[in-house]
Design a protein around this ligand. Sequence first.
Ligand SMILES: [Mn+2]
Length: 285
Amino acid sequence: MRIFPFLRNYTSLEQAKYLIIGIPYEGYVNSRLGTFKAPSYIRTYSELIENFSFYFSKSLEEVDLFDIGDIFIKLDENNDKTVYNIYKNLRNVIIDIKKRYIFIGGDHSITIPAFLAIKDVFKDLIYIHLDAHADCHDKYLDQIYSHANVVRRISEYTNNIISIGVRTLDDFEKGFFFSNIINIDLSNISYLKKVLENIKSKYIYLSLDIDFFDPSIACAVSNPVYDGADFKHFIEILRILSEYMVIAFDVVEVNPFLDYPSYSTSTLAAHAIKEFIISSSVYSK
Ligand SMILES: [Mn+2]
């Protein structure tokens, strides 16, 4: 398969305001393997996307964007060490505080090293989790760094965690979720505005597990859960966040092996990245 740079590069690496970074990693506890292939598929199907955002009245051509490709991942037979290797490599890339960072996973475990690498530079971070799942397991199949531990691990580094779209929970995680996480229902997204007004932190890390969306528009995921979000919900969230400094965004859990023949889930992820870039660039003006 030919791999295109995401939506083309409109500028140089030095001048870029947005860096796109692929993290093609999937922890071995996923039930249906394939997310490690997502960065190349999402880039490929980004070619179908037109530049202008209908929602935010601005074109991608007006945003300085650079896709650096995929980071090298040194695999270790110990998953914890591999996650640490990803973190170390990202620290070499995340050095410019004037840039914003977009990560294409990978399964959701990549959010842990990505969040930590961003936090090293931007310190006081709010974490916003768009997902069907709570990801609050302390250990999952003996792992502490997996797609099911994301929120739990990140809670060790920030008190400000907001989940939107969670609609399934395991008994092992519900206690932690209800006592530590601000939970926003899809029917009440405007509440996000009120929540953010009461948090002093300046920067936001936004993570989009593609199973946040309903399986009718995002079927190529490892763990589909019904009664999910529509693209309109996502746009509503971006409108609220356009008044805040969202320093990093990731899209995870697209499984290209389950996306044949339409590749509509890969395309949806590319659309989400486009709208995130344009909506957040409105703020920096
Ligand atoms: Mn999920």
